[in-house]
Design a binder for this molecule. Structure first.
Ligand SMILES: Cc1ncc(COP(=O)(O)O)c(C=O)c1O
Length: 430
């Protein structure tokens, strides 16, 4: 039996609360096994271009084909099997909430923690399950012991929720919050690492690093920054909202201390799911955001005292991991990068069109910015939607002005052809 088929069977047996009944196993295991038999020997980068393989994945998403959704960077849809699992758990919860939620579904949390830990390549005692990246990262921002006068360094291109969290600590408690000013895209890792290093002062305690910049998709050299920070005795907090479930990496390999992510972006888990990873030795030094009876304890579960929340959404994460693992992390990364390059390379040849993102493998995947000379980002976004039913998002943040375009595994090449044609049409008239 091939390793992948063996995995598929195991995945079905460890899905979470309803493990033996995994919806993934019922709906997809045989399809994916067949795919694996036919395509298992092909390298991910080559397979990225195989439309027959990816058409099976595309069909697993029940997305509307009335619009072309190229804003998967905001939030992504779930495969049908994940959405159906959430629905099934919701119906069940409503049949007797306190019994089915707290005595049945809640039993799935520890198996789920193990599954997330396997995916993240870490110890399951380092994983807390929560509702989104904002919650995960704010837990660390507000949970760190920092005194007035101690400094945190981030950038102006970090996500607003995190910038605001640090600013609130600065206003309320007098910590120093310094923001670096980068002009992206760049293909110069050393420039980024040395900008962080030069900003370090004797008061610096923490670096805040966004793994993939949401505004135009620049990938930061997280490991290099964290390695440098460790030499200076600093802690590192990584915002992995756009990297987890997209790039093929294991969290401990980044060399950071804390990592927060949403699971409803590239992992395609139910909307409203997230995860916090804290290196084991750091757990007792972070206070929970929502109080717990052992706030200075070393049990990662102290970050899960969230009160009543959606157990169906939480358990749906297990099915999303099954789906993701069955595709394979590297295959998924390569396919989404291929789709991004497919449209961006064609678009870059259109007169008046500018690409705002490096197209080299190390510096981008999925997210890419585009603009048309003579049009604001909002003008372009509106033309794309009103005239072509293509959904994107206009970006006006600091020095970034473009429309952000983000395909996902369910995006078809023919959708991207429509998008490139639309750009041609709009640029021709602009
Ligand atoms: C870089 C980055 N960090 C954090 C977040 C917050 O994610 P969520 O809304 O899931 O909390 C986002 C959302 O798009 C983001 O782009």
């Amino acid at each position: 039996m091939s390793k992948r088929r063996e995995f598929l069977i195991k995945a079905g047996l460890a899905a979470g609360a309803f493990s033996v009944n995994s919806m993934f196993n019922k709906v997809h295991a045989s399809d994916f096994s067949a795919l694996d038999r036919n395509y298992g020997h092909i390298a991910p980068k080559v397979l990225a271009e195989d439309e027959d393989f990816w058409s099976v994945i595309q069909q697993a998403y029940p997305v509307s084909r009335n619009i072309i959704n190229l804003n998967n960077g905001g939030v992504s849809p779930c495969p049908k099997v994940v959405a159906e699992a959430v629905e099934k758990y919701n119906v069940l919860s409503n049949e007797g909430p306190s019994y089915f939620m707290w005595r049945i579904l809640d039993m799935g949390r520890e198996p789920l923690r193990n599954k997330l830990a396997t995916l993240a390549g870490c110890d399951s005692e380092e994983i807390a399950i929560n509702r989104n990246a904002t919650e995960a990262l704010n837990t660390v921002v507000f949970g760190l012991n920092l005194k007035a006068g101690e400094e945190v360094i981030g950038t102006k291109l970090d996500y607003p929720n995190m910038i605001n969290a640090w600013k609130q600590r600065s206003t309320r408690e007098g910590i120093i919050y310094t923001q670096l000013d980068f002009s992206f895209p760049t293909e110069d890792d050393d420039m980024i690492v040395s900008a962080f290093e030069k900003a370090i002062t004797p008061k610096t305690r923490v670096l805040h690093i966004t793994h993939v910049i949401n505004w135009m998709g620049q990938i930061l050299p997280v490991k290099k920054i964290c390695d440098m920070a460790r030499k200076h005795g600093l802690k590192t907090l990584v915002d992995g909202a756009h990297s987890f479930g997209l790039l093929d990496f294991k969290i401990p390999d980044l060399g950071c201390d804390y990592f927060g992510t949403s699971l409803h972006k590239f992992l395609s888990a139910p909307i409203g799911s997230g995860m916090l990873w804290i290196k084991r030795e750091n757990i007792e030094h972070i206070w929970p955001l929502v109080c717990n009876d052992k706030p200075t304890g070393g049990d990662i579960r102290k970050f899960e005292t969230l009160g009543t929340r959606s157990f169906p959404i939480e358990q749906g994460i297990g099915e999303a991991i099954n789906f993701h693992e069955a595709i394979g992390s590297k295959r998924k990364e390569e396919r989404i990068r291929y789709l991004k390059n497919y449209w961006a390379e064609k678009a870059s040849e259109i007169k008046g069109v500018k690409i705002h993102t490096s197209l080299k493998d190390e510096y981008s995947c999925a997210i890419c910015g585009v603009s048309v000379e003579g049009l604001t980002a909002s003008d372009l976004e509106q033309k794309l939607f009103n005239d072509h039913k293509i959904h994107t998002v206009p970006i006006n943040w600091e020095n970034v002005n473009c429309v952000r375009v983000t395909p996902h595994v369910y995006t078809r090449k023919k959708d991207l052809d429509v998008f490139v044609k639309a750009l041609q049409n709009i640029a021709g008239k602009a």
